[in-house]
Design a protein around this ligand. Structure first.
Ligand code: PMT
Length: 407
């Protein structure tokens, strides 16, 4: 009888849990890692003990949970240095802003941070915190430093946070973390590939105080940039104005208008393996941007003359010897038919179609996509944008670069 090898068989994961509300999800995370074949040992910070039960973690991993440097019995069984050496991967989930700051500074004032200093294991961080704490320059600088030292950061998701705000800062779902760690899915299938992504809205000025824009938050495009980076690609993100921080490890170019986005894409297009155009580019700009604030007109009517902007993705698709070019299509009706028409008209290799009817897609944490190409239509069901981007990229890598990966 042959037994099937599980994807994480033989992997030794030290799951460090710091004190955020997302800690309650770590029982499920530990259980899923064990189900994938990993050996899992858990370490809690003092604050984490307020959010998750050591008994529950012990029940799913089969191993006593540690939370103190001063537990003589546990130290006698396996010292903290032995525990640090035991692990292949130190996964810290959730990683709070405080823990990230301590890791960046090399502070070792509890068991988890001491293990982080002593271990030679890969460090994987799944941050979770309030959106303002995540965007704070101190947190972003700490993350950048940790990444420079080789840590892998699973950027938090957007959605409803424990503080009641809808923002970026949710810890990635346990299944997403497991997928990223699992051998079958964490294949660096885009290593050596150069990916150009556009994201967010473009803003077309009318005068110094007014503009024409749209509802794009940038979440979809940024999710693609982060997913491509996690799969090993060299990523350039050209972004219109958004409230999102620059993704760590991605070259991010901030622009405002469609013309600026066009210029940035032209500058970075040569040599890319593929482009994903998730930006909601304004089709028109104001012909004459007023240099001073427009005054109310006496007759109650203001007429603006709009000029068509260049079609950036169509330009990309028309370049010789180019990489693959994937456009988006945002439609309120006849989704597939309109997307098929865009596939032809823009001359791109594929179109990712999403419905934007009834408040869908724009600024949402989740989305549903249909990949439309000469091969037909492939549906990616509604899920978090980060997971969706990962699934789509795995599919594209498999289709265009023949990588043995998820379909
Ligand atoms: O940013 P989020 O809040 O997460 O929302 C995601 C999204 C809804 C913006 C995203 O999923 C999406 O659909 N992006 C494309 C929006 C859009 O402008 O679609 P379109 O059907 O109007 O344009 C078709 C394609 O042509 C797009 O790839 C667009 O980037 C591109 N285009 C459009 C006009 C133009 N002048 N140049 C272009 O390159």
């Amino acid at each position: 009888m042959t037994t099937q090898r599980l994807p994480m068989q033989g992997q030794r994961i030290l799951l460090g849990i710091s004190g955020g509300i997302a800690a309650y999800k770590t029982v499920d995370l530990a259980r899923k890692l064990v189900q994938e074949g990993a050996q899992v040992r858990c370490v809690l910070t003092e604050s984490a003990t307020h959010f998750v039960s050591a008994t529950a973690l012990q029940a799913v991993t089969g191993v006593a949970v540690r939370h103190s440097l001063w537990d003589e019995g546990a130290e006698a069984a396996m010292s903290h240095i032995e525990l640090a050496r035991w692990a292949d991967t130190l996964l810290i989930a959730p990683a709070t802003a405080n823990t990230l700051a301590k890791l960046a500074q090399g502070i070792a004032d509890d068991l988890l941070t001491t293990l982080a200093l002593a271990t030679r294991a890969n460090l994987v961080l799944a941050p979770a915190m309030n959106g303002d704490m995540w965007r704070h320059p101190a947190t972003q600088a700490n993350l950048a430093l940790l990444q420079q030292r080789g840590a892998r950061v699973l950027d938090p998701d957007s959605g409803c946070l424990a503080c009641g705000e809808v923002d970026v800062g949710r810890m990635q779902e346990p299944q997403v973390i497991v997928d990223r760690l699992s051998g079958s899915r964490s294949e660096q299938m885009l290593v050596g590939k150069r990916v150009l992504i556009t994201a967010g809205p473009t803003v077309e000025d009318i005068d110094p105080v007014r503009f024409i824009a749209n509802r794009s938050s940038g979440k979809m495009g940024y999710a693609f940039a982060q997913a491509a980076r996690d799969l090993g690609a060299d990523v350039v993100l050209v972004s219109g104005p958004t409230a999102l921080p620059d993704p760590v490890g991605v070259t991010t170019i901030r622009v405002r208008s469609a013309l600026q986005m066009f210029e940035a894409v032209q500058t970075h297009f040569v040599g890319i393996d593929f482009m994903i155009a998730a930006a909601a580019v304004a089709d028109y700009r104001v012909e004459q941007v007023a240099s001073s604030k427009l005054k109310k007109q006496g007759d109650g009517v203001l007429t603006l003359t709009l000029m068509q902007n260049p079609d950036i993705v169509a330009w990309a698709a028309a370049q010789p010897n180019r990489g693959k070019v994937i456009a988006f299509a945002a439609e309120t009706e006849n989704l597939i038919a309109h997307a098929q028409e865009k596939l032809q008209r823009k001359g791109v290799d594929a179109v990712l179609a999403n419905s934007v009817a009834d408040g869908a897609a724009f600024d949402q944490a989740q989305n549903q996509l249909f990949l439309i190409s000469a091969d037909g239509v492939h549906e990616f069901p509604l899920t978090h944008k980060s997971q969706l981007a990962q699934q789509v990229l795995a599919h594209l890598a498999s289709t265009y670069f023949n990588c043995g990966c998820l379909r």
